[in-house]
Design a protein around this ligand. Structure first.
Ligand SMILES: [Zn+2]
Length: 272
């Protein structure tokens, strides 16, 4: 396993259980990432049905926080009612056996995906909205998935504003979209695709947005940065994304590390 990681970095979006299913020893990858200096990581859910397995896999790490949520594809095999009910149980720590009450620190990833057109647009919008309502009920930030759905994502966010804010994950839209997302009080997270050669436009967005609204993520096991493309991604690759973002912002990597740490603390402990 190769590492590009500096002390204090934070991976705001990875999928431990999916890494494991893809043949990566997730526990080992995470342990090594912390040994190489990783400060904090967010294990993001894609369906509430696997919450027990996710918590069992990585809950022994103090510096991993978990989100719970249903990805848009979940509308294909479940009713909205079952999905939101299962999410509420997850938030309350009712559907897993380990002593994990209060383990859920955010709702996600939730959102809209017009690329794959799961279910119907109407169902996806309904699922997205009901999950924001739950996030608001339990004072949790949200982690948003947006694929080719800028217009409707904004419509939902304006109609049902996420009160504790959140992160637009793997941002891949243009600056006009970024500006509107920021206006709604949300932050923007860039994944490994910001390092891809052809993505000048995305780097331009990263150079324009305020430093305090910026997060970085690996989205492991997906989206390996350019330098390790073709390999399975793991949180230890987060350094490539930090380097590119720091270049865009014209600051040093250590400066960016400090800025992200502050924003991260503010998002999850707003009282600090
Ligand atoms: Zn993801």
């Amino acid at each position: 396993m190769d590492f590009n990681l500096h002390k204090g970095m934070i991976d705001t979006h990875f999928h431990g259980l999916i890494m494991e299913k893809n043949g990566i020893d997730a526990k080992d990858a995470v342990l090594e990432a912390f040994r190489h200096g990783m400060d904090f990581m967010v294990d993001v859910g894609t369906k509430t049905a696997d919450i027990t397995d996710r918590i069992d896999l990585l809950s022994s790490f103090d510096k991993i926080i978990f989100t719970a949520g249903n990805y848009p594809s979940e509308v294909e095999n479940n009713s909205i009612e079952n999905l939101t009910d299962s999410l509420e149980k997850s938030i309350l720590g009712l559907n897993y056996s380990t002593d994990s009450k209060g383990k859920i620190s955010g709702i996600g990833e939730i959102g809209l995906d017009w690329h794959w057109n799961y279910g119907t647009k109407k169902l996806q919008i309904e699922l997205f909205e009901t999950q924001i309502i739950l996030a608001n009920k339990y004072n949790l930030p949200i982690f948003i998935h947006n694929r080719e759905a800028d217009k409707e994502i904004l419509e939902v966010l304006k109609k049902t504003p996420p009160e504790k804010g959140g992160i637009m994950h793997c941002f891949s839209s243009d600056y006009t979209m970024a500006a509107q997302v920021l206006d709604l009080g949300l932050c923007i997270s860039f994944a490994g695709n910001i390092t891809y050669k052809r993505n000048n436009k995305l780097r331009e967005v990263a150079s324009k947005i305020p430093q305090t609204s910026l997060f970085l993520e690996t989205d492991s096991p997906y989206l390996s940065p350019r330098a390790v493309r073709g390999k399975q991604n793991h949180p230890g690759h987060i350094g490539y994304t930090y380097s590119t973002a720091a270049e865009c912002q014209n600051i040093t990597v250590p400066e960016l590390i400090q800025i992200v740490q502050r924003s991260f603390n503010k998002l999850f402990n707003p009282e600090l």
